[in-house]
Design a protein around this ligand. Structure first.
Ligand code: ZN
Ligand code: MN
Length: 502
């Protein structure tokens, strides 16, 4: 039997504020435990919370970017539960009046475009971090009270691929908006997923399970794949799904039951009497709306207009804000070196280059990013910010290739070297003696030597075996240690092989 899966996500996002949600404590990550604490975020009796306005603004900006309706009257509620990570025994959250209602995120998964509607976006406070060392547990309150935005989707995701694509798309929008650093290693994004399966065509949803606190996108993807398979297997064997919360075990790659619905908490939400409601005027909302940043789709359109690169390139580049920033910075360096060059009238020699290098400026930069850069980044498993080759160096490398100072193969080697250790391409090329040999006399000498050393290939070519030409080009390139200008070598060889034939 065929089954359909239904998935909903709750994404917790730590906001990029300098201070905590209800106190003035610092939000820096990585400080010694319990150094950013005060009576408010430690939950001392009698301490009074004060709303962080910046956190409200960032949440509303997110809602505006995602097309949510902004609640003009919003309030904070107490979500009551007993757990050591929350010593006041309630978390300040939002219940029936969240800051944002609705909205949507556009995704593309398995080549299909889809829009995932949101239920709501609300604001709450993060909880402390429990650490279990041998037979003791310790609590670090540095994280307690960090502004936490929760983005809740409607259950309209159909696969683990869609869930993964949703998280990537959301992350990019949050990065574009400066809403959160979205650093997964530092726990900036954490996700709860719920999931059910049902026989294909059955309108009623199946019983769902929830998997809590996933802190990697890969974890979301893998746990959903496992959970969907598990639920189908239970139904196939005639069993029933129990509504419960499950835990994802990264090491074993399975989900395990944590607690069933019967043991679920009743949070007894009620309005926090210590906090005023948040009332937003339409003027205030309009004012924030006017300050909305450029989003991935808008940037994609602009890249096509401004740099005349193909829409495909623009889509790949703008999908990652850091990549698009890198591209534009490299283009700026390229353009400014262009200006310097024409001012000094040192035009690069206009010799025929190979096809790829004939792409100049922004398109050449885009090619480097989409091929070599993406390949090396995924090989090393790092982000573009961590690549040692900086935009200025890439712009210069493109210049060197255009000016035929290096040939395309050498340029690739230079790129790979600078990717690892950074530095200035021109200096690197000079120090390593990689400057392309374009000098006609030098090339002619090498060509003549290759022809003299391989009379058999010369005869083959003249007898009509055109493949012999490539062999001879290869010999010259080898003799030049890869530095000869390949097109010139080929042209000259061809000329000599055909004109002196008799
Ligand atoms: Zn505090
Ligand atoms: Mn929450």
């Amino acid at each position: 039997m065929n089954y359909s899966a239904t998935i909903g996500l709750e994404v917790h996002v730590q906001l990029a504020t300098r201070t905590k949600m209800f106190c003035a404590c610092n939000t820096d990550f990585g400080s010694p435990p319990n150094t950013h604490v005060c009576p408010v975020c430690l939950g001392y009796p009698g301490a009074l919370p004060v709303i962080n306005e910046e956190a409200v603004r960032l949440t509303v900006m997110t809602g505006l970017m995602l097309g949510s309706e902004i609640n003009p009257f919003s309030k904070f509620d107490r979500k009551n539960y007993f757990y050591p990570d929350m010593p006041k025994n309630y978390q300040i959250s939002q219940y029936d009046r969240p800051l944002c209602i609705g909205g949507a995120v556009a995704i593309e998964a398995n080549g299909v475009a889809k829009t995932i509607p949101l239920t709501r976006i609300h604001l709450e406070e993060d909880v402390a971090k429990n650490m279990h060392v041998r037979n003791a547990s310790s609590i670090d309150f540095n994280r307690a009270g960090h502004p936490l935005m929760e983005v809740v989707t409607e259950p309209e995701l159909d696969s683990s691929e869609e869930a993964f694509a949703f998280l990537q798309a959301l992350k990019q929008i949050l990065l574009y908006g400066g809403i959160s650093p979205c650093n997964l290693e530092e726990g900036n994004l954490r996700c709860d997923v719920n999931c059910s399966v049902r026989p294909a065509g059955q309108p009623a949803l199946g019983v769902k399970t929830e998997i809590k606190n996933l802190n990697t996108f890969k974890g979301v993807f893998q746990s959903l794949q496992y959970e969907i398979k598990r639920q189908i297997a239970v139904l196939e064997s005639g069993g029933t799904i129990v509504q419960e919360t499950r835990r994802w075990e990264t090491e074993t790659g399975i989900t395990e039951s944590m607690r069933s619905k019967e043991a679920a908490h009743d949070y007894r939400y009620f309005p926090d009497p210590d906090l005023m409601p948040v009332v937003l005027s339409s003027e205030q909302i309009e004012c924030w709306k006017a300050l909305l940043p450029e989003l991935p789709r808008q940037r994609c359109d602009r890249l096509v207009r401004q740099y005349s690169i193909p829409p495909y390139d623009a889509r790949v580049l703008s999908a990652d804000k850091a990549m698009a920033d890198y591209f534009e910075e490299a283009c700026r360096y390229y353009a400014s070196s262009q200006a310097t060059r024409s001012a000094h009238a040192v035009a690069p020699s206009a010799a025929a280059g190979d096809e790829k290098l004939a792409k100049t400026g922004p398109k050449a930069i885009s090619n480097w990013l989409m091929t070599e850069m993406l390949r090396l980044l995924s090989e090393k498993g790092i982000d573009i910010d961590q690549a040692a080759i900086r935009p200025k160096a890439l712009a210069e490398l493109v210049r060197l290739a255009e000016a035929q100072v290096v040939n395309s193969n050498t340029a690739k080697d230079v790129f790979a070297a600078l990717f690892e250790q950074g530095g200035d391409p021109e200096l690197w090329v000079k120090q390593k003696g990689l400057v392309q040999v374009s000098d006609a006399g030098a090339i002619e000498a090498m060509v003549e030597k290759a022809m003299a050393d391989h009379p058999g290939s010369v005869a083959d070519f003249r007898a009509g075996k055109s493949a012999a030409l490539q062999f001879l080009v290869g010999q010259v390139m080898r003799a030049s240690k890869g530095k000869a200008h390949p097109q010139r070598v080929q042209e000259l060889l061809k000329k000599k092989l055909t004109t002196t034939a008799n």
